[in-house]
Design a protein around this ligand. Structure first.
Ligand SMILES: O=C(CO)[C@@H](O)[C@H](O)COP(=O)(O)O
Length: 220
């Protein structure tokens, strides 16, 4: 399953409802929502009130990326706000296994995110509780950065690791610097969920989305 997950961080917040509705009209099914606390990453973005508000109007799958220290504190509230999947950073969790378990108990899908410099072996004992692995392909915190080329090998290694461990259904999401040029690279390496901020919201949204969909169609 291939999915484009437009990153809301790059939307025009003055026209947020309109732009989210347009994504659905263009055939998008996912929305990537970056929650930042100013501690795990330097920036502060948005949290539960914004997510609850857009949940009232949007039928998109809410893929919530917690760039937050100790994200286990917010699992229940994120469920109440309307998150469908909660991604926590391995680097930010003191008890990763417990946090993933709590996310599932609350009725959401659970994902683990890794910063570019974090090795894949932190996943070794939690793969059975992980629906998706998010590989950051830039250092987290801001939209509009360039894709780190060393991440292509990391994606490839993760796909191999998942295959060998019998987790062929586990999704690999990539986030940072993904556009119609880098999309081919990451898909070829084994990613299947592509987060794109500038790549979707900069310029004409329908034609940007169509370019990603074309990349997915070429692989079917
Ligand atoms: O998590 C982040 C940034 O930390 C991302 O989701 C960005 O929003 C992606 O933006 P682009 O690199 O696609 O512009």
């Amino acid at each position: 399953m291939y999915q484009l997950a437009p990153s809301m961080l790059s939307a025009d917040f003055n026209r947020l409802g309109e732009q989210l509705a347009l994504l659905e009209q263009c055939g998008c099914q996912w929305l990537h929502i970056d929650v930042m606390d100013g501690m795990f990453v330097p920036s502060i973005s948005f949290g539960m009130p914004v997510i609850s508000s857009i949940r009232k109007e949007s039928g998109l799958f809410f893929d919530v990326h917690m760039m937050v220290e100790d994200p286990g504190r917010y699992v229940e509230e994120m469920k109440k706000s309307g998150a469908d999947m909660l991604t926590v950073h391995a680097e930010a969790c003191r008890h990763l296994d417990r946090t993933l378990q709590t996310i599932h108990e609350c009725g959401m899908q659970a994902a683990v995110a890794l910063n570019p410099a974090t090795p894949l072996n932190v996943l070794d004992y939690v793969l059975d509780k992980t629906d998706m692995v998010l590989l950051m392909t830039v250092n987290p915190g801001f939209g509009g950065q360039s894709y780190l080329s060393a991440m292509t090998d990391k994606i490839r290694s993760l796909r191999k690791k998942l295959d060998e461990a019998g987790y062929r259904e586990t999704s690999i999401e990539v986030d940072g610097g993904i556009n119609s040029e880098t999309a081919g690279l990451v898909l070829e390496a084994g990613a299947n969920i592509l987060v794109a901020g500038s790549g979707v919201f900069k310029g004409d949204i329908p034609s940007n989305v169509a370019q990603f969909q074309e990349k997915f169609n070429q692989r079917k």
